[in-house]
Ligand binder design. Structure first.
Ligand SMILES: NC(=O)c1ccc[n+]([C@@H]2O[C@H](COP(=O)([O-])OP(=O)(O)OC[C@H]3O[C@@H](n4cnc5c(N)ncnc54)[C@H](OP(=O)(O)O)[C@@H]3O)[C@@H](O)[C@H]2O)c1
Length: 324
């Protein structure tokens, strides 16, 4: 496992981040522990969780697993989702972020979060309030690096500008959705991250399992049992891309899950794709992403199997003329 520098932080993280969304849900505690052991043995030091994963159980299980070697790890968690019945126990207000951080620290059994993601953009809270909330938890020593997930490029840039103007700790990491069938990030988010020197850890690099090819057959999984995921990957063209992609991998003797993750990891803006699994069998294929030789030409061939998102200006004609 190689390591990479995370944005402008000066810290080194493994080239894969392990996401623990399945802990306490699709994976019971024993399975979670077995996966944790395998990722640590493989050299992963970078872990992602969230307060909302299995209603806090993911953080609790992770907290038990990191005991005794917490200082060797870079741990990211997230806040924004509704926590309990209090109307204000949600979002990215200063009030909620401060409380959410304390609750995550308790569940994880640690005294600081290496990275705190605002999980989604909160349209009800003014962005300067959210940036100030991040500054507060950094100053309190409870969070080391502020970060955002699922924010658009303009929202992230606005946040950065406020932080710079106010001399506050800057956003150091973003966590966008990115895979062969979800390439919107290539248009604005990834160039914005490169321009600012921000670390990028994309989630769902295997399109939540679609790119494994299992949904082309009868197999079950999140895309059949979870309405949100079903909706996210419901377009017929995504299944067509998956079919062509899996056939492409088969022809070349490549595992589709390992290759999908390597494809995401090879984008120049990307620091570490976040891998996820419900058992050690699935995890093995994701960890094998590090063994794929993702050359620029292989990456381009795979990209051609999918739809390239149009440029932000929509001036496609200039690219067409340049290629002709
Ligand atoms: N910031 C956010 O909003 C956000 C959103 C989603 C995820 N995340 C983070 O990103 C992490 C990874 O996301 P993800 O789990 O969606 O990543 P992913 O790598 O795209 O998908 C992993 C899923 O693909 C399926 N899979 C993996 N290997 C397989 C194999 N060999 N054969 C068949 N199916 C296989 C499994 O689905 P089944 O479980 O259905 O079998 C597995 O759970 C999460 O743990 C979480 O930390 C963040």
């Amino acid at each position: 496992m190689k390591t990479k520098l995370l944005g402008r932080t000066g810290i080194s993280v493994s080239q894969l981040c392990f996401g623990t969304m399945s802990f306490g849900g699709d994976a019971d505690e024993a399975t979670s522990a077995a996966m944790y052991k395998n990722v640590r043995d493989a050299g992963i030091n970078f872990l992602d969780t969230a307060d909302e994963y299995s209603k806090g159980k993911s953080e609790e299980i992770l907290g038990r697993l990191i005991k005794g070697h917490r200082d060797e790890l870079v741990i990211a968690t997230k806040c924004n989702s509704q926590q309990g019945p209090d109307v204000n126990a949600r979002g990215t207000s200063r009030r909620h972020v401060v409380r959410a951080v304390d609750a995550s620290l308790k569940r994880l059994g640690t005294d600081r979060l290496d990275i705190l993601f605002l999980h989604r953009y909160d349209a009800l809270t003014p962005i300067d309030e959210s940036m100030r909330a991040l500054e507060d938890v950094v100053r309190a020593g409870k969070v080391i690096y502020p970060a955002v997930s699922n924010w658009s490029a303009w929202q992230t840039q606005r946040g950065l500008d406020i932080q710079e103007r106010s001399n506050w700790a800057r956003l150091q990491v973003i966590q966008p959705m990115y895979s062969l069938v979800k390439r919107q990030a290539e248009v604005e988010i990834l160039p914005m991250a490169e321009a600012n020197g921000i670390g990028v850890i994309p989630y769902s690099p295997a399109a939540a399992g679609l790119l494994s090819g299992k949904y082309l057959g009868q197999a079950t999984g999140r895309l059949k049992t979870n309405k949100m995921y079903e909706a996210r990957y419901s377009d017929a063209w995504m299944f067509e891309v998956a079919e062509e992609y899996v056939a492409f991998c088969k022809e070349r003797g490549l595992h589709p899950v390992s290759t999908a993750i390597a494809w995401v990891g090879a984008h120049p803006a990307v620091t570490a794709p976040i891998i996820g699994a419900r058992n050690t069998d699935q995890l093995k294929d994701s960890l094998n992403a590090t063994k794929i030789d993702m050359t620029p030409s292989l990456r381009a061939e795979i990209a051609d199997l999918s739809r390239t998102p149009p440029p932000a200006t929509d001036r496609l004609e200039e690219q067409k003329v340049a290629r002709a």
